[in-house]
Design a binder for this molecule. Structure first.
Ligand code: FAD
Length: 386
């Protein structure tokens, strides 16, 4: 199935038509998600043998970018699900069959959320302040607080991790435990505190875990503390950073469209011509286009390298954080340009650009943030900090 078959022009227009209302009412994008599920989009990356559409990552990147140009928050919300499917696809390709459950359950209609972030945890995947306790039967209970759980109102599986403080490291015992919490499990609750500047339709509430029980069959991997080369680490970072870049590139696409359209609708009293003929305006929009075309090439080269398993060795993480940083910076630059050439009307609270401006600022806060990306790049080029 092609992207147009799944994200039809009519569906995309309906999604765009609802975006302002979700934002205004601070509501989850329920209708969008239902329609995307119905269209098969939540099983896009699932291989056909598992009941999915069999798309590859660059194809999904293109689709997520397109969806973001219609509704950034809806695209970011569904992104979290797509990231887990992408992770599972990579892990299964490498022979880690524990992740097959993600592929088959996504094909059945389950919705996967990303319960990784914890307040103040700048080690991200390499440590956790959530306590994991392994029971005799191999199930694991998790106690702690996960922040920014996108898809909070609807997820049916929450992919999370925590630290087993009793793991000694002997006999291959590893402390960081990853698993998928079923919604029907006890020992967790959502704290409805999502009232943010932008990306409001993601409803990324806090999740409090109090002995939330993940059965043994849903415990998928154990890792050591600290940076390591495990394939799960690469699959999470590569899927997350590439798909996140797709969303922000899509915001830039829409802003650029508006930056091209709006000056046409404004006439200068002094010259009697529309502002698309003004050399200064033309330079600004051209600069935005220049940056977006560079990002376009960057995005697809990284997505294609992830898909084909290119061996970039130690330059992989610098490449991934560079893409994420360029995508969010470029999107902010283009939205800023569109606001500038679009005129004062766009500063009104209800204008689409005003909402895009609020949405695009969320790009500051996703991992790897600007400081962390630069630490990665500095260590790559200058060696470790002494
Ligand atoms: C739109 C968006 C969606 C995201 N979705 C996910 C996701 O699905 N899964 C995931 O693992 N990570 C997600 N992230 C989280 C992200 O990756 C970071 O972990 C997050 O931005 C926190 O960064 P920080 O450590 O700088 O926050 P910090 O500022 O250090 O900590 C944030 C903490 O402060 C609390 N807080 C502070 N002020 C207020 C206030 N006024 N009202 C309520 N609470 C307050 C927050 O609830 C949270 O507990 C998302 C981020 C964004 C911006």
């Amino acid at each position: 199935m092609s992207i147009d078959d799944v994200l039809s022009a009519e569906l995309l227009e309906r999604i765009r038509g609802r975006a302002a209302g979700y934002d205004e009412r601070n509501e989850f994008c329920h209708e969008d998600l239902d329609e995307l599920q119905e269209a098969g989009y939540l099983r896009a990356l699932v291989p056909t043998e598992h009941g999915g559409l069999g798309w590859e990552l660059p194809h999904l990147v293109k689709a997520q970018r397109l969806l973001a140009s219609y509704a950034p928050a809806t695209s970011l919300a569904v992104n979290m699900h797509q990231i887990w499917v992408s992770v599972a696809r990579q892990m299964v390709q490498l022979g880690h069959t524990a992740f097959e459950q993600v592929l088959s359950e996504a094909a059945q209609g389950h919705i996967f959320a990303f319960g990784i972030s914890e307040a103040g945890n700048d080690a991200v995947l390499f440590d956790s302040v959530t306590e994991a306790r392994v029971s005799e039967d191999g199930s694991v209970t998790f106690t702690g607080t996960k922040i920014f759980t996108t898809l909070a109102p609807v997820w049916t599986r929450l992919g999370l991790f925590g630290k087993d403080v009793e793991a000694t490291g002997e006999d291959g015992e590893l402390p960081l435990i990853f698993g998928f919490l079923p919604r029907e499990a006890t020992g967790w609750r959502t704290i409805e505190n999502w009232d943010t500047l932008g990306m409001r339709a993601t409803q990324s509430h806090t999740t409090e875990l109090d002995h939330a029980n993940v059965p043994q069959k849903r415990v998928v991997r154990k890792l050591p503390l600290g940076p390591n080369q495990d394939p799960l680490v690469f699959s999470i970072f590569s899927s997350f950073l590439t798909l996140l870049a797709a969303v922000y590139t899509g915001i830039g696409d829409r802003a650029l469209e508006l930056a091209a359209e709006l000056p046409n609708q404004r006439k200068a009293l002094s010259t009697g011509t529309t502002l698309d003929q003004d050399p200064d305006f033309r330079y600004k929009v051209a600069e935005a286009q220049l940056r977006q075309l560079a990002l376009d090439a960057h995005l697809y080269s990284v997505a294609s390298d992830v898909e084909t398993g290119q061996s970039h060795g130690p330059s992989w993480f610098p490449r991934l954080v560079s893409l994420r940083t360029s995508a969010t910076r470029t999107a902010r630059y283009i939205v800023d340009t569109a606001l500038s050439v679009g005129g004062g009307a766009q500063y009104h609270r209800t204008s689409e650009l005003s909402r895009l401006y609020r949405d695009v600022l969320a790009g500051i806060h996703h991992p790897s943030d600007d400081e962390s990306a630069h630490r990665t790049l500095a260590a790559y080029i200058l060696g470790p900090l002494e």
